[in-house]
Design a protein around this ligand. Sequence first.
Ligand SMILES: [Zn+2]
Ligand SMILES: [Zn+2]
Length: 288
Amino acid sequence: MFADLHLHTNFSDGTYTPEELVMHARRHGLSAVALTDHDTVEGCARMSAACRQNGLEFVPGSELTAELDGVELHLIGYFIDTEHPRLLGEMAKFQSVRQNRIREMVARLNKLNIPLEAEAVFAIANCRSPGRPHVGRALVQAGFCATLDEAFERFLKKHRPAWVPKFKISAVDAMALIHEAGGVAVLAHPGLNRSDDVIPLLVEAGMDGIECYHTKHTPSTCERYLAVAEQSHLIVTGGSDCHGLNKGKPLIGTIKLPYSHVLELKSRADEVRRSRLTPRPLANPPVS
Ligand SMILES: [Zn+2]
Ligand SMILES: [Zn+2]
């Protein structure tokens, strides 16, 4: 039995609907899938229903963009309560920051004599968590770029003329939020973020796991993080980070994580919930 614990739908910057994604998961023989859309859990209800219909196990999640010591990190919260009021409140803030970022990127494009409108981007995104691929698709659709790759190369990549830095929650706060919502905090694709120096700080701050298996990790990168996981007693996760048809070929099916990792993830989620229910001892207990 195999799982893919890193997937995106059109509730953020993926192109598949939850139902399409589940269909592909089934076609690839996966038994369990997690939805990890950026800064939202809105797709989880439909994905959960589609999984139930197709006999797949569903793990709710979300991928938060965070930061520690100036390093951008992506933290996935697995098994978070998707109706947790504070989590939803914080996500609404992240989403409005994303929408403002789109407006600012469009304003920069306008200054470059590209008359794109923010509304065109929002129409393509059709979700509360829009991102750069939506701006790219709008540029292609309006004929300003031939491909999404060209849009990123010319305008949207870091330090290109229409790029706007993204607000990031501190990684410590992000993990606290995930834990408060009953979830397991996992560092996504550490090999893509130069995050090695901050991993000890993350572990100290309560990080639960690390995504060792990822489409963009080389075998040696994967080995390195498996060793980190072993040393720091972190659970190991993995996933394809499939965004549908955004970047050519869909990645679902490229990572087949043994199901034992899902069991470990579940038992860690149980531990998080138990520790949430146990009141913390008072720092200064009253003297009786
Ligand atoms: Zn990511
Ligand atoms: Zn992702």
